[in-house]
Design a protein around this ligand. Structure first.
Ligand code: PRP
Ligand code: GUN
Length: 180
């Protein structure tokens, strides 16, 4: 792994592909143990979570379902910055064990605004699995039930995470080199 340049910025290797996979296997093993017999519904929040969701789901050995949603924030034709709608959530969550899949919880705003919509449907359990979180950046309190890595408050790239549309296809995670 070496420094990569995306658009105008440089990024250094931060979490390698093997380390990522090993940690995701550990999370899956814990989920297999905790949720056996519950037929959980995993809800992956697009776009960033697609790599994490695909890998984690492949390591599950229990009966489980998965669905993908996208969050959009519009008021009239203008974005308000507030998460208001989930596109693609067709399942009825009532009485289900639901696990939200996120690539990263940064400020916590996305989940803070979205979780009440899911709670409204009265799932039996609403759990969160996030590959990454930045404790120093967290503004909204979010309880992560299955966490891959706590990371410093620096912009990350790769394994689903983009910089202005690019870099999602990198198989490992990179960190922005500031002032490069
Ligand atoms: O905790 P927060 O500060 O709300 O940040 C976390 C959100 O940011 C990223 O999504 P982004 O909005 O970049 O969209 P993308 O997944 O389509 O890249 C990530 O996938 C989370 O959904
Ligand atoms: N690519 C990317 N997207 C994010 N969304 C919230 N935090 C981040 C981050 O560190 N990197």
């Amino acid at each position: 792994m070496s420094v990569v340049k995306v658009h105008d910025k440089e990024f250094q290797p931060y979490i390698g592909a093997t380390e990522l996979q090993l940690r995701i296997q550990e999370l899956a093993a814990q989920i297999n143990k905790d949720l056996a017999g519950e037929r959980p519904l995993f809800i992956a929040i697009l776009n960033g979570s697609f790599c994490f969701a695909a890998d984690l789901f492949k390591y599950l050995t229990i009966d489980a379902e998965i669905s993908f949603i996208k969050l959009v924030s519009y008021k009239g034709t203008k974005s308000t910055g507030n998460v208001v709608t989930a596109i693609g959530l067709d399942e009825d969550l009532y009485g289900r064990t639901v696990v939200i899949l996120e690539d990263i919880v940064d400020t916590g705003k996305t989940l803070n605004q979205f979780l009440p919509q899911l709670e409204h449907q009265q799932p039996k359990k609403l759990l969160i699995a996030a590959l990454l979180t930045k404790p120093e950046a967290l503004v909204y309190p979010i309880k992560i039930d299955y966490l891959g890595f706590s990371v410093p408050n620096k912009f990350l790239l790769g394994y689903g995470l983009d910089y202005d549309g690019l870099g999602r296809n990198l198989p490992e995670i990179y960190q922005l080199i500031e002032n490069a």
